[in-house]
Each structure stands twice: as structure tokens, then as C-alpha cells.
Ligand binder design. Sequence first.
Ligand SMILES: [Zn+2]
Length: 551
Amino acid sequence: MTRLLLVALALVAAACGRSGGTAEIVAYGRVWTGDSANPWAQAVATRGERIVYVGDSAGAAALVGERTQVFAGAFVAPGFGDAHVHFTDGGFQLASVDLRPAKSKQEFIRRLAAHARTRKPGEWIIGGDWDHESWEGAPLPERDWIDSVTPDNPVFVNRLDGHMGLANSAALRAAGISAETRDIAGGIIVRDLAGVPTGMLKDEAMGPVYGAIPAPSAEQVDSALARAMRWAASKGVTSVGSVSAGWDQVAALRRAHAAGHLATRVSIYVPMHDWRAAAETLRVHGPGDDVLRVAGVKAYVDGSLGSTTALLERPYLDDPKSTGLLTTPRDSLASWIGRSDSAGLQVAVHAIGDRANAIVLDIYDSVAATHGARDRRFRVEHAQHLRPQDIARFGALGVIPSMQPYHIADDGRWAWKRIGPELTRTTYPFRSLLDGKATLALGSDWSVAPLDPLLGIKAAVTRQTLDGKNPGGWVPEEKISLEETLRAYTAGVAFANFGERARGVLKVGQLADIVVLDRDLISIPAETIDEVRVLATIMNGRLVFEHHPGR
Ligand SMILES: [Zn+2]
């Protein structure tokens, strides 16, 4: 290189420095970029909304100016995505009664009683997220347990999967449910031997109670959303797919976006029975931008394994008269999917049982064949228990399995007693789905499960269960590697939301979504991934969370 050229380069570099060439944020650490052409680096830098540098520390140091915010972590990655959350529900849950830690009937009652004392008379108590599988003998709760401790408040507290809930007597009265009420299609009103409702309502039978709960005010939705965004940022989550979102949530998100307050990218999926309104929104407002999009629609085809309402090919081992519930009639589902697809909406369907998944894949196959080739990215939410012959169909049909690894740690404790060893082998089959060339998009299903992606990453890599009974992993053949898991939490989620051109990897020119962690995910034992802390979260080039030691 000539001396003249060196002098010229030095002048250019100096000019860049003077003319605002410094970075706004620089993060150092072992950087996993997710970019296969350049997977590892020592630093990443941002200016405005974008990444301006990915490379070694010396190069990044040259970009540090007086106003640059500098973070030094052990591990740096693209901001985590979460393909499937119930975002405002999560925000409401953060301020509601927490029954998830209740490990017995007595503790369930005690927690609810303590919460009821903090509420005004007449106010509804909702949320809860209890899990009877954590209790000795796993009895379903009944209204008799709680009527005496909640005399002044209607109560409807759901199981953590959202597929059944317990109403107290006041809530049943408000919903008009009594011994005379007839059964509800797609749901179950659990009754005692005399036919009197016990307060336990499953799937569609929860409808009348939800109908009786007063809608939250716009201010309440706004603050739930703000809580959800703060929580997401603290967990390193920079983008979510918010599924089954009501129009009140859409309105709150639009208000927050207009005010410049969104700290999370959100792709919204409204209920599929409302596909006409979704199509109209798309026509009038367009799909949205990189921060907020109305992406598509979501429906349910079955319930959940924990509520014994997932639709199975064979009867439940612990309930031999039942194969679960088809919660949306097949004809309605096929017609909604066809119409939504024609309107250009992305379609996502909740399917847990093997029969449910087969039905959805069949419908997707036939709609795609009828409507012709298009980049439609049909999604199956959960894709939990699959017939062996259906696993390869995801890759072959280009259907995205949108899955939640934390459920393995949780359901893995008891799933075998419902479904038996054969179906267990093809349960959460991450390895087989990737081998079948499916694009895996991971997430949490928050508020059904904790939002924290590090819990999900640990679960996908180790497949250990919460009870410690599967130290080598539950169905260990289906484990995936750390990098595969990280990719499914970043680029995989971006792809599932049609965002992969702008985000999901750390690369110059991409939108700056970055998470900085306090420990190196590569070198620590996988069992300790849940102890890793988020030091900083950057969304769209903006610092949205910073860990303050001692707090
Ligand atoms: Zn969900």
C-alpha cells in the first residue's frame, strides 16, 4: 500500500470521526451473530436504528466517542424473539393473583384469600395460572374450596394453560351457569354427581364467564402493555408474536407506537373468526412497519394436554372414554383458513394433540394446493404431539412449527401418564423437525409459561424436567444444539413474522436488536443456563433495559 493511500485513509477515518461517525452503543463480549457467513465476533456497534459494525474489539473501540454507551458482557446475541405470547394477558398477569407457585390445595386457597383481601368488593379476580399437577393426587379445584374466602368478589382463575378455569359461585351466577345449563359444544361444564356445576369449566364452556367479565378500560390495557414491554425487555426479548390478540390490544399498541413508546416489536395475530376485520385492517392501514404489524389470524383446533382436551388419535390413558376436544368444527376451520389466506393474512392454528396436528396439516396442504404457490408461511402453534408421518410434512409443506420448549420441562413430568410411551417419542420433536428442514420458531406462550427465553433455551438443549427425574433429558434423542436453539429464538422468530430481511442476525445494516448477557452461553454447563442474567437489551438501536447491580 502506498504512503499516499495510507494518508488518504487516515484522513477519511478522521473525517468520519468528526462527522458523527462514532457509535451510539457498543457492546463487547463473545458475540454470536447468527450470521452463518460471519458467526463470531468480539463487538457490535449501533447508530440510529441500525447496526454499523460487527467485528473485533479494536475496530469497535475506534467507534467509541464521548456519548457512546458501552456495555461489556460475557455473551452478546441478537435480541431474543418470542413467536407466541399473549402479550397484554401477560401484562395483566404481572399485576394479578399468582397461583402458579401453589403446591397444595391449602396454599391455593391461602394465596387466593390473601389476594381477595386487597381487592374492592365486586371487583373480578382473574388470572391465577394454577397447576393441579403440582398437588398431591392432582384433584381439580372446586368452587366450594374458595367461596368462603372470596365472598365479595366474583372469581375466575384459570389453569396455567388457559384451557380450564375455576369460577366461584358469584362468577357462575354472573355467567348464568347453573344445574339447568345445557352442555356447551367444544367445552365441558364439570358437574358433581347431582349435575350441579363444580365451578370447573373447560375450553368453550369458559365463554359465558369471560363474557360476564367487564372489559378493561383503555388505561388498564395501556398499563398492562407497558408492564409487558418492561418485563420483555428485562428478559432480553425484543420482538414477539402476540397471538389471539383482541382489538383493544391492537388499539393500545397503536397508541403506544404513535407516542414512540414501543419497547418491543410486535406482530399481532387476531382471532381467526374475525378474519374479515383483520383483512379490512390490512386493506386500510397496510400491514404496518418493522415495529408494529397486524400479521395475521389465529384459531384453535383443540385444547391442551394438561386439561385433557388436546385432540388425540387414541383415547387418554388416564381417561379412556375421551380422545379430547375438537374446539373448532373442521368445516369452519377450513373455510376460515381458506378465506384468510385469500385475503393475504398469515394463518396460525393452535394444535396440540396428534389428531389436531394432522387435521391442520391436511387443511394447510389442501388450501395451498387450491390457491397455488405463495410465500404464506402457515404456522402451527405448539405442534406438540405429532404422528411420526406428520413430522416431515412441516418441512415439505413449508409450515412453521411455533413451539415452546419450557413446556417440556413442565409437561414432561406427567405427560406419559396421559399419552403413553409411543406418542411420547414424537413429543416436542425438535431434532426431527429440524432434520426434516422445518424452520423452527421458538417462544414461551407467556402468560401460560414464563417469558424468560433462557429457561426455554435450557429446556431445548437439556430436555430436563422440573422434577429432576430426567437428568439426561426427556426423550433425549430430540435435543437440539445451543446454536440451533439460539437461531430458532432469533432468526427463526423473525422468519415466522416475515421480518428476516431486517432483523434476527447481527450484521451491518440490520435493525439493532441486541442482548448482552453476564455469562458465556457457550462455555457454561447447559444446566446453569437459567442462572444467566441479562445485562442490557437494545431494541431498534434504543437501550430498553439495563441491569443495575444490587437491584
Ligand atoms: Zn398460547
